[in-house]
Write a protein that binds this ligand. Structure first.
Ligand code: FPP
Length: 229
């Protein structure tokens, strides 16, 4: 039996707050530790010849409900992260992209995002996508409205797939950390035939070793895509 190949990995990074509380730290320190982990996992993905895209859920449309100070901290952390990570993107030939509605972010953060996208746009080893102020339903509605504006009368699956913000690519494997077993409005369209993996590990404790084990598990699964194998 041939092994599955992972081309597009998606991760719901959950558990920063619980990780911090468990060790008597502030929730914001959990987010800092979580941001470090994004770098580790991204460089691991860049070194894996099969993985072409890694998409991380960094801020959902629902995350605005968090205390104002925590939201502000996450925005500043993102800005710092991108500033620091440019070096990682360039030295590992990683392209950086954002999906989600970033118009609501400050002008300086939008500038930082655009600049990072621009400076990495020709990199080919891996595309790292950060989902920011992202919601899966909103992404689908946005694509449908765009097609209507373009004058489409009948909409096909292929039309939606190619009009979504996320560059066209189904997800092979979705991992969610922290023991929660939910999709939480992430990449709803692209997850149709994905393999799902839920681990109790809190995101800041996640390691590339565990990722390697999960990928091995994925490679051995039988994927039928609705057919018979
Ligand atoms: C969930 O932890 C995490 C998020 C809010 C999204 C991921 C954010 C990061 C990894 C940090 C910063 C990201 C970037 C790109 C710099 P939680 O607060 O929901 O944890 P809890 O469920 O234990 O409270």
């Amino acid at each position: 039996m041939s092994k599955n190949t992972i081309k597009h990995l998606a991760i719901i990074m959950d558990g920063n707050g619980r990780w911090a509380t468990k060790q008597g730290l502030k929730r914001t320190q959990g987010h800092e530790a979580g941001a470090e982990m994004i770098r580790d996992i991204t460089t691991y993905c860049a070194a894996n010849p099969n993985i072409q895209t890694a998409t991380f859920y960094a801020f959902s449309t629902e995350n605005w409900k968090r205390p104002k100070l925590e939201v502000e901290f996450l925005m500043k952390l993102l800005d710092r992260y991108l500033q620091k990570e440019l070096e990682t993107y360039l030295s590992n030939n990683i392209r950086f992209l954002v999906i989600g509605e970033i118009d609501i972010f400050s002008a300086s953060l939008r500038e930082r995002i655009k600049l990072t996208e621009e400076l990495t746009k020709n990199n080919t080893n891996l595309t790292q996508i950060l989902a920011l102020n992202y919601g899966g339903r909103a992404e689908i509605v946005g694509a449908v409205n765009k097609l209507i504006r373009e004058g489409k009368q009948m909409i096909s699956e292929a039309d939606i797939s190619t009009t979504l913000q996320t560059p066209y690519s189904d997800i092979d494997l979705l991992i969610r950390t922290s023991g929660e077993e939910r999709i939480s409005n992430f990449l709803l369209w692209q997850l149709s035939y994905s393999e799902l993996y839920f681990t109790p590990t809190l995101w800041p404790d996640f390691t590339s070793k565990e990722l390697a084990e999960i990928i091995t598990n994925f490679e051995q699964r039988t994927r039928r895509f609705g057919g018979v194998k």
